[in-house]
Design a protein around this ligand. Structure first.
Ligand SMILES: *Cc1c(COP(=O)(O)O)cnc(C)c1O
Length: 398
């Protein structure tokens, strides 16, 4: 994709990705009268049977990508719903066993607000501070575990920083304490290897629209274990083994399944390509003085970088870049408010530096030319804004 005069270079793939054309073709096959349009719950005719078969194929495709049993997948509307179902579902089912939950201050709002709601219902939540790079320290989880802890929820990859937490270590701790571990993996799917046959994780949230699938579809992995019981949050026809009622969206599910196949096939190559693009981008942007990387490149997925440009307002920078580069000043979900990012705050950044931070996220369709163009525009714009703020007369147009 060449930068066009009309559309800026898209470097916000952590907010959402375009649907892969091959995925769009699969979706189109499940819509019209000629396609697989039936209700997967219809048991009395071939339209229903075909739709059910399509849904089960997709369930196997996701299960294969993360190395679990297809029966461990529950379809939802997205990672927000998966987080809600996992956290409220486990907490409410276990409330007589204990009312303590452990999570971190850098989680996605879907996790944070689900835990906040549970606080109002009489649960106690330990909010862990991240380590300096934004990852959650397994030792902090160990120190917070209590006999009445009923759930630990820690994200796999932080959506603002790209930083990964050590799920093996955290899972080993929760497993030996007998506490279920939920992981929000919305930013991990398709970006790193996820092997649930060895990862000691009990519940994992996913969505399709961060892996070149459609919006409005997600999944929750629920490990098949007799003691892992969830209180459903959606009541109705008893779909998805009673865990999530509602007619299954065949076209979204089929698209998600195909997106998983493509992501698994491309994983190694895509990681290498994105690592090169990131290095290129950082090399160009670090020509500027006073640029700080938030997070930790060594322990991050390659597609996400978060940079603080000291002395520049992030909003002003994004506005100045808007015609050329589409990026994000905080997680897209918080741009409705002008609070500085809760993640950057938890990292200890002051408000000024948090406001001067921007996330750039590269993806499958990002080209080298786009990265070079964007980096050049960032360098130029930051330099200009810094000169302007150092010379107020110029800034005011005098
Ligand atoms: C995008 C995202 C979500 C929300 O997913 P939706 O499918 O948009 O509801 C949750 N958690 C993380 C880490 C995300 O990046």
């Amino acid at each position: 994709m060449q930068p066009t005069p009309h559309m800026p270079v898209y470097l916000d793939n952590a907010a959402t990705t375009p649907v892969d054309p091959a995925v769009a073709a699969v979706i189109a096959e499940c819509l019209t009268a000629e396609g697989v349009f039936g209700n997967p719950a219809s048991r009395t005719h071939v339209y229903g049977w075909d739709a059910e078969e399509r849904v089960e194929q997709a369930r196997s495709e996701l299960a294969d990508a993360i190395h679990c049993d297809p029966r461990e997948i529950v379809w939802t509307s997205g990672a927000t719903e998966s987080d809600n179902l996992a956290i409220k579902g486990i907490a409410l089912a276990r409330r007589s066993a204990g009312r303590h939950i452990i999570t971190s201050k850098v989680e996605h709002k879907a996790v944070i607000d689900s835990c906040r709601w549970l606080e109002q219902q009489g649960f106690e939540v330990t909010w862990l501070d991240p380590a300096g790079n934004g990852a959650v320290d397994p030792d902090a989880v160990a120190a917070a575990l209590r006999p009445d802890t009923v759930l630990v929820s820690i994200m796999a990859v932080n959506n603002e920083l790209g930083v990964c937490s050590d799920l093996e270590a955290i899972g080993a701790l929760t497993r030996s304490a007998g506490v279920p571990l939920h992981v929000d993996a919305a930013q991990a799917l398709g970006k790193m290897r996820l092997d649930l046959s060895v990862l000691p994780v009990d519940l994992m949230s996913f969505c399709a629209h961060k892996v070149y699938g459609p919006k409005g579809i997600g999944a929750l992995f629920v490990r098949r274990r007799r003691d892992l019981v969830l209180e459903p949050q959606m009541h109705g026809g008893g779909h998805e083994r009673g865990l999530r009622s509602g007619t299954l969206a065949t076209q979204q599910i089929a698209g998600f399944g195909h997106a998983c196949v493509l992501a698994a096939n491309a994983l190694t190559e895509e990681c290498a390509r994105l690592t090169e693009l990131r290095a290129r981008f950082l090399e160009a942007v670090f020509e500027l003085p006073d640029v700080k990387l938030n997070g930790d490149v060594e322990h991050s997925v390659p597609g996400i970088v978060n940079l603080a440009f000291a002395g520049v307002d992030g909003e002003a920078l994004m506005l100045a870049l808007a015609a050329d580069v589409a990026c994000s000043s905080a997680s897209a979900c918080t741009t409705a408010t002008i609070e500085p990012s809760h993640v950057l705050r938890a990292l200890g950044l002051d408000d000024a530096l948090a406001h001067a931070s921007i996330r750039f996220s590269f993806g499958r369709f990002t080209t080298r030319e786009e990265v070079d163009f964007a980096a050049a525009r960032v360098v130029e714009t930051v330099t200009r804004l810094r000169v302007a703020s150092a010379t107020p007369d110029l800034a005011a147009g005098r």
